[in-house]
Ligand binder design. Structure first.
Ligand SMILES: Cc1ncc(COP(=O)(O)O)c(C=O)c1O
Length: 282
């Protein structure tokens, strides 16, 4: 049925397959930056935590009755440790970006997205019509120019903490520009949380940014945090808006309770052993 398309993929040298790899090999290819994916002790701790509750799975959307006390503990703990007012657990980083981009950029608003932003954000920006403009990768002059070229009710900038493709850091000046122009700043910390900063919290900590109501941090649990899922940290106002408007949050089963528990125990474990993890990652 898709013979021609498949042939084109093969011809372009872009054909890919999923493979299993020998567990005994040293893994330098994955995003398991702190090696938590094989930590049996942490896994057992998460099982113990989930077993404290009668309900062990998500059952429904968070707005129906899928919201679990472990979700809430996780959200509060993430918001507190990162200095944000509120947290929101999400099924995956892909969904978190879809949620943020699709719901926050309303009529009259403009999104300014780094051209190397993750595919999930790019896909969501396809729903925005002419409300999105890309700026050259990490190029502060281009961003400044585009911000002045496209005035809007709300200007929203979307960047990554550490770029997944090139491994480079978001320029510090982008935080300053967002501050000067009062733009909302979305930072995808998928690859920087657990990797950068004195407490390995990510790029906000690395640059010593004072969090304000226009800052939005999202991150995934499937990388340094050794689990699966994602989170959004923002003001109470923005989180409440997302809960009421973001389709991937409203119309999707609540994130896995076990995976949230595993991320929670892993993040606590990292905080307790910060010196050791910082040395290993350096
Ligand atoms: C920068 C970035 N954002 C978002 C995602 C998506 O996160 P998830 O794997 O949790 O869907 C990824 C990769 O997976 C990523 O590299």
């Amino acid at each position: 049925m898709y013979k021609n398309e498949m042939e084109a993929i093969k011809k372009a040298g872009r054909f890919r397959e999923r493979n299993f790899y020998d567990d005994r090999l040293e893994d330098l290819a994955s995003n398991d930056y702190l090696g938590l994916s094989t930590n049996k002790k942490q896994f057992k701790k998460a099982v113990k935590l989930v077993n404290e509750y009668e309900t062990k799975t998500s059952k429904a959307s968070m707005l129906v009755n899928g919201y679990h006390p472990i979700h809430r503990i996780f959200e509060k703990s993430m918001a507190k440790s990162n200095g944000f007012e509120e947290g929101l657990v999400v099924g995956s980083g892909f969904l978190a970006n879809m949620a943020l981009i699709e719901s926050l950029v309303r009529k009259g608003d403009m999104l300014f997205m780094d051209e190397e932003y993750h595919a999930s954000g790019v896909m969501a920006s396809g729903l925005l019509g002419d409300r999105v403009v890309k700026f050259a990768h990490n190029d502060i002059d281009d961003l400044r120019e585009k911000l002045s070229q496209y005035p809007a009710h709300r200007q929203i900038i979307a960047v990554e903490g550490i770029y997944s493709m090139g491994g480079d850091l978001c320029a510090k000046e982008i935080f300053d520009i967002a501050e000067d122009t009062k733009a909302i700043l979305i930072v995808d910390e998928a690859h920087s949380a657990g990797v950068l900063g004195a407490n390995l919290l990510g790029i906000f900590e690395h640059y010593d940014i004072t969090i304000n109501e226009r800052h939005i941090k999202m991150g995934t649990l499937g990388k340094a945090y050794g689990s699966y899922g994602a989170y959004i940290l923002a003001s109470t106002h923005i989180v409440s808006f997302l809960v009421n408007r973001a389709k991937p949050i409203i119309y999707s089963t609540a994130p896995s309770v076990f995976d949230t528990a595993l991320a929670l125990v892993n993040i606590k474990h990292i905080a307790k052993n910060i010196e050791s993890y910082r040395t290993q990652i350096a």
